[in-house]
Design a protein around this ligand. Sequence first.
Ligand SMILES: Nc1ncnc2c1ncn2[C@@H]1O[C@H](COP(=O)(O)OP(=O)(O)O)[C@@H](O)[C@H]1O
Ligand SMILES: [Mg+2]
Length: 267
Amino acid sequence: MSELPFLAVKNCSVAYGAQTALDDVSLELGRGERLAIIGESGSGKSTLALAIAGLLPGDAVQSGAIDFPGLEQAARPGADIGFLFQDASGSLDPMMKIGDQIAEIMVSHRGMGWIAARVEAAQLLDRVRIPKALARLDDYPHQFSGGQKQRIALAAALAGEPQLLIADEPTSALDTVTQRHIVDLLDELVREAALTLVFVTHDVALAAERADRIAVLRHGRIVETAATAALLSSPAHPYSRALVALHLPLGTARPRRLPEIVEDVPS
Ligand SMILES: Nc1ncnc2c1ncn2[C@@H]1O[C@H](COP(=O)(O)OP(=O)(O)O)[C@@H](O)[C@H]1O
Ligand SMILES: [Mg+2]
């Protein structure tokens, strides 16, 4: 990579009290790159995602550095970085009309006027395929289905026009068909806006299909980072090998054939 990395995580450790959740993690991400962070539950994926976004809870003790050499100023969560949580209730305020939630982000992070922001909020909701978006600006989150709520949360994550989108298992609370629709939409929007993407998942097949590069986390440490094709065809670390073997049926770990085969994997 000849230009500066967009994101550089250097020797980052995070502890919650006596519990070490991240242990000396380093990684770099180029602008426009799509990185998947995979690992089993409790391996530190969310902690790493929150640390990158600057959204760790107050009781977390962090060391090391998280730099954005590709940004002119320090990264601002909500503006430069959009965050999509597993559950839309982590992203959306249940007491606030969806149009107001999205418009408010545009007003505070982009200095837009309220009326222009409402118009653009409707356009963005239409973009994430909320039917009759303009007529639904004054509805509350509970008036939408789970899949629609996650679409609205995606709109909110994009409302500040971020350069980096971090999605923490954004579809694992949804059924398989809805999952696929949301992942397709996410993919489309990321490509369209040339966003850098950090995608957290425990689904190796999903990572294989959607990421340029994969980082494997275990017990708070990165055991391996590699280009997706390389990680699938020749994982260097025994743990990555086991993870790939476990989640991808034998003989399917050939990237070129992966997309159509993944469709046929029963849930
Ligand atoms: N807010 C918190 N307070 C205390 N411990 C936490 C907190 N968040 C996560 N942990 C602990 O840190 C470790 C990593 O958690 P997490 O980053 O959520 O993993 P993952 O997202 O891979 O499931 C786990 O052992 C978890 O119990
Ligand atoms: Mg998690």
